[in-house]
Design a protein around this ligand. Sequence first.
Ligand SMILES: [Zn+2]
Length: 79
Amino acid sequence: MRLLLLIAAIVGVFLIVRTLLRSPGRKPPEKPGRLKQQGVVVRCAHCGVHVPQFEAYRSGKRMYCSRDHALADDSDRTS
Ligand SMILES: [Zn+2]
């Protein structure tokens, strides 16, 4: 029974130390990962703002930052 208590105490200390060692180093690695996920950036043909390609709106061969700018540029060309 004393051996079980000793093992439980060692496991408990190990878990606490591991948590304390991990928590400060957990946040910094998140930023480079997010930057990589953004991938290809395209330029809005209407206002020139750069947006990630997966968020951009496509109208013909042109890319736009928002649906409003895609529609605004369409009406500019037709009128
Ligand atoms: Zn725009």
